[in-house]
Ligand binder design. Structure first.
Ligand code: FMN
Length: 498
């Protein structure tokens, strides 16, 4: 989509029971289409869109947009026209892509699971997620001791439109007893036999790990996930302290292994420099796969008036787990480390950390994940994000005639190499697309103050001019351009000698 539409799309509040769609008598469902645009799913946004109906309509959708009460309505008709135009570019094959995958032999109808957290804590929530299309759920971590949570327990860093780019929680484990959770597993398995239940467990000693694994297995869980990584449980030999120790990880994996023959995943902490040795220890203890990443220890902010860090519990806070879009690069890095490790080739990787759109999901798959888990995006937008995760992934596959998701799993992992293996003899110069440039000069400022002073600014025409002699091809200009008016053009240069 053109950049100006992206700004407009991001204004949409993604309402529950949206008034714009209620007002539409043409059957267009504008809210659903704009939601698809918000989640990068042009395929659904443009699908079967009879744009002439929109063009000839008085746009009651816009009149009823809830933003009339605030900053003015979303320009729905314009967005739908843009989606239509964009959709025309897609050439989709007729194949029906198969999204099914498996966790060590346990079949999933698609790779998307709720990750262990509040989003998967009871029957009603999981049932709703299953009905909407999630393939399964990893339940909120179960333990044998009582939880005593704080209020509040979340804080968020937000982008300008209010969406979270980073999210912090200081929550601990399930506030339901083991027995209550086991009943729910049974009920869910009875009603949804094809959906996958992963039981996330945390014991305080070997006996508890084994017991929890056995009981969850007996109650119908398809997979057991050992939570070796909760950053909000720090006592010795609990939560993150396990995942930071190869010895504890191996010992407790082996204990859980005694309780079940079903697939066993070890959930890793990113609060460590290198995850690989701990993943290998889990494998040695008997794990069949890795789940990564849990949340990253963080302090998101401090209220500068009250001096209370957030979330403020009577003026105090603690470092807590960071999740959401901001952690995706860190998750991908750990996943790449593990999927490229020789010793871990036979291990399933269930990836998570910031997955919001199908593009995020695809990146995790391309780097080697065989299944995917999500929390923060669901907390923000609800289970309905599954529509565009599935449709977007299928659209991508239909565009490329890819029938089977397994063709994509790990397809990019070999492209992550050591820094000293990168080619260093080519400069990719920026190319300014004058017709798209709006003359803001941001490229000039960044290049002058933070680059190599390789851009001049033509004041009369308000256009950048490149000085190729100074340009090193760093692409800062391209990254700061708000109008997507800069692309790249290849030039070869002679190898430099030091
Ligand atoms: C509010 C909240 C509660 C969580 N509780 C658990 C938990 O009980 N057990 C666990 O293994 N991970 C827990 N997590 C971590 C998530 O399962 C997941 O690993 C992490 O949030 C990264 O994924 P995301 O960016 O999609 O949220 C929790 C995360 C959040 C935000």
């Amino acid at each position: 989509m053109r950049w100006q539409y992206e700004n407009e799309i991001s204004r949409c509040l993604l309402c529950h029971d949206p008034l714009c769609s209620k007002a539409c008598s043409e059957g267009v469902d504008p809210a659903k289409r704009i939601r698809s645009l918000s989640f990068d799913d042009i395929y659904s946004a443009a699908e079967n869109l009879d744009i002439d109906r929109c063009k000839n309509c008085s746009a009651p959708c816009q009149e009823n947009c809830i933003l009339n009460k605030q900053s003015g309505p979303i320009r729905i008709r314009e967005l739908l026209e843009a989606a239509y135009e964009e959709g025309l570019k897609n050439e989709l094959s007729d194949i029906e892509p198969d999204l099914s995958v498996d966790i060590c032999g346990v079949k999933l109808e698609n790779p998307f699971l709720l990750s262990s957290s509040v989003v998967a804590s009871n029957y009603e929530m999981c049932a709703k997620a299953f009905e909407q299309g999630f393939a399964g759920a990893c339940f909120k971590t179960i333990c044998l001791f009582e939880q005593h949570e704080t209020s509040p327990r979340f804080s968020a860093l937000k982008s300008q439109n209010g969406s979270f780019y980073g999210f912090k929680n200081i929550e601990q484990l399930s506030d339901h007893s083991l027995e209550e959770n086991l009943v729910v597993f049974g009920q869910l398995k009875e009603k949804y036999p094809d959906k996958i239940i992963i039981a996330s467990i945390m014991g305080r000693n070997e006996k508890e790990w084994e017991y929890l694994a056995r009981e969850c297995d007996k109650a119908g869980a398809d997979v057991i996930e050992c939570n070796f990584s909760c950053p909000n449980m720090e006592e010795s030999a609990l939560g993150v302290t396990i995942g930071q120790s190869e010895e504890l990880t191996k010992r407790f994996t082996a204990a859980a292994r005694k309780g079940t023959k079903k697939p066993l995943l070890a959930k890793m902490t990113p609060n460590i420099t290198d995850m690989v040795p701990v993943a290998i220890a889990a494998k040695e203890g008997g794990a069949d796969g890795i789940a990564a990443i849990n949340t990253i220890k963080s302090i998101t902010s401090v209220n500068i008036d009250t001096l209370a860090p957030l979330p403020s519990v009577k003026g105090k806070s603690s470092p807590g787990g960071y999740s959401g879009s901001a952690v995706k690069p860190i998750a991908l890095r750990f996943i790449s480390d593990m999927s490229n490790c020789e010793d871990l080739q036979d291990m399933h990787i269930s990836g998570m950390g910031g997955i919001t759109t199908w593009r995020d999901a695809l990146e995790f798959l391309l780097l080697g994940c065989g299944s995917l888990q999500i929390t923060t995006a669901v907390m923000q937008y609800g289970y309905r994000i599954i529509d565009d995760l599935i449709a977007g992934l299928k659209g991508y596959m239909r565009e490329r005639n890819i029938k089977d998701l397994y063709q994509l799993i790990g397809a990019a992992k070999e492209n992550i190499v050591e820094l000293d293996e990168l080619e260093r003899d080519t400069i990719l110069y920026p190319k300014f697309r004058n017709e798209q440039c709006i003359g803001c000069g941001r490229c000039y400022i960044s290049c002058y103050d933070g680059g190599h002073q390789a851009i001049r600014f033509d004041e009369t025409n308000r256009r950048p001019i490149l000085d190729a002699k100074k340009c090193v091809g760093c692409h800062l200009c391209l990254l700061v351009c708000p109008a997507k008016a800069i692309t790249t053009a290849i030039r070869r240069v002679k190898k430099m000698t030091s």
